[in-house]
Write a protein that binds this ligand. Structure first.
Ligand SMILES: [Zn+2]
Length: 115
């Protein structure tokens, strides 16, 4: 009856514990990756499994890589408030619609795209 060492019980318990932690972390990073992927217009299911198995590295790749950001730049930029009067306007606006002050466009306008 030596198929299991005396300390096996303890080792089994800690390996189950680590396995549980791994699964838990996988679900957390899978969820984070899926959410980030949706924001970037990528496959949520594919990135969920990437986060599930690879944990933090896949999430870091998703956060750091710029894939999908260029196309959604205009849509995801929040409206900017005028420094003078606080009116909200499109980030590519060159002039405040509230007080007429000159603005520094935070994003290239559609006109610049066409050029
Ligand atoms: Zn203004």
């Amino acid at each position: 009856m030596s198929w299991m060492p005396m300390t096996g019980g303890e080792g089994m318990a800690s390996s189950y514990f680590l396995g549980g932690l791994y699964v838990l972390a996988g679900l957390v990073f899978g969820g984070l990756c899926a959410q980030k992927a949706v924001q970037k217009g990528l496959s949520a299911v594919g990135w969920f499994f990437a986060g599930l198995f690879l944990l933090a590295p896949s999430y870091a790749v998703l956060v750091l890589c710029r894939c999908g950001q260029a196309q959604s730049l205009d849509k995801t930029r929040p409206p900017l408030a005028c420094a003078g009067c606080g009116t909200l306007h499109h980030p590519s606006a060159r002039r405040c619609s509230g007080c007429g002050a000159e603005l520094e466009p935070a994003a290239p306008s559609e006109v610049d795209h066409a050029r």
